[in-house]
Design a protein around this ligand. Structure first.
Ligand code: ATP
Ligand code: MG
Ligand code: FE
Length: 336
């Protein structure tokens, strides 16, 4: 079977084609319009999706060597994400499925991030743990099967990607700050400065405290040394990144010990972070884990992961009605 999948939850317009479980391509149009605002502007995101969607879908079909009549289903990201952005992709998918008279498949974006691990082998063995770290979420997920996942713990405030981006902004780095901070951190000393680790109960995370801690730390030092940020930028980035990764890894190790699971994966935009990827490989040696890191193109938002999720739903005949609505907030495992 051949499925066209569409992703439009935030600031990436993407389309991918999957045929018999094999991803044929993954076309992504990143929106640059948000750069000058230092963050995603929802209304501008919706408009950019409107502009990019048809060219991206056309490119996905043609580069896959498929035409509209080859499609057996159309899939789209139902949520979570920006409502206006989701509406653009969702309305297009509905119209397309209706016109072609094929089933429509709704996909949860956070489940799709996890299922990016099944695009290429080797894939994790069930049950496995997945730390999903992105711009809007930080979740420790117990993955029991392709379509059966449970959140063990998540952030009580900011997402870790949000912490990366906000601290990068404080340091004067251009948007999106996460990848920039990562690049500079590679050249700095992670032990140069220390920031407090948050200590949440159980498997919960918190990332709002470190942002404030960095802010006060800089204020204090800028008084004494006006060029403090410029003089220590690489060390600041390395130290912040080191702290964020430590908070993530502590909970991942705890979850693995509590559940006795040693199949461990990371997913989402922040799983592209070089420090986190290194930390996971180190933890693998220390804890005898089998670890899984998505290819960089499948870490940040993309339609290939949505197509993968759609493939498993198609196999189980889990289609949705044409009057389904997008959801800005949508829990993993929600099927209403
Ligand atoms: P969500 O998936 O929660 O709805 P989103 O779709 O906006 O949010 P993704 O595209 O999965 O998020 O990830 C984007 C986030 O990943 C941004 O916060 C970005 O800064 C961060 N990110 C991307 N690359 C890196 C990197 N190398 N180091 C740190 N953060 C990174
Ligand atoms: Mg993005
Ligand atoms: Fe995402």
């Amino acid at each position: 079977c051949t499925i066209l999948a569409i992703e439009s939850s935030c600031d990436e317009t993407s389309a991918a084609v999957i045929s018999d479980g094999k991803i044929l391509n993954n076309i992504v149009a990143t929106q640059s319009v948000h750069e000058k605002y230092g963050g995603v502007v929802p209304e501008l995101a919706s408009r950019a999706h409107q502009q990019h969607l048809i060219p991206v879908v056309t490119e996905a079909l043609s580069s896959a060597g498929r035409s509209k009549k080859d499609l057996n289903a159309v899939a789209f990201t139902r949520g979570p994400g920006l409502m206006g952005a989701l509406l653009v992709g969702g309305s297009f998918a509905k119209a397309f499925a209706y016109a072609l008279n094929v089933p429509l498949i709704d996909v949860n974006h956070m489940e799709a991030h996890v299922l990016a691990h099944f695009i290429e082998s080797p894939s994790p063995v069930f049950p496995f743990l997945c730390l999903t770290v992105s711009g809007g979420h930080t979740q420790l997920v117990l993955v029991k099967s392709h379509l059966n996942m449970e959140i063990l713990g998540e952030t009580l405030d900011d997402a870790v990607g949000e912490a990366f981006d906000k601290i990068a902004k404080i340091l004067g780095l251009p948007y999106p700050g996460g990848p920039q901070l990562d690049r500079l951190a590679e050249k700095g000393d992670p032990g140069a400065f220390t920031f407090p680790l948050s200590d949440m109960k159980g498997l919960a995370f918190s990332f709002s405290g470190i942002k404030t801690a960095v802010l006060y730390f800089l204020k204090e030092n800028l008084r004494k040394e006006p060029d403090f940020i410029r003089n220590h930028l690489e060390d600041l980035c390395a130290s912040v990144q080191h702290t964020l990764i430590k908070m993530l890894m502590q909970k991942l190790v705890k979850a693995s010990q509590e559940l006795g699971i040693r199949e461990v994966a990371i997913a989402g935009g922040v799983s592209a972070n070089s420090g986190l990827r290194r930390a996971l490989k180190e933890a693998a040696l220390e804890n005898n884990w089998q670890v899984y890191l998505p290819k960089l193109e499948y870490c940040t938002d993309n339609a290939a992961m949505v197509a993968m999720a759609a493939h498993y739903k198609y196999l189980e005949g889990r289609f949705c009605a044409l009057d389904i609505s997008p959801l800005a907030k949508m829990k993993i495992g929600y099927h209403g």
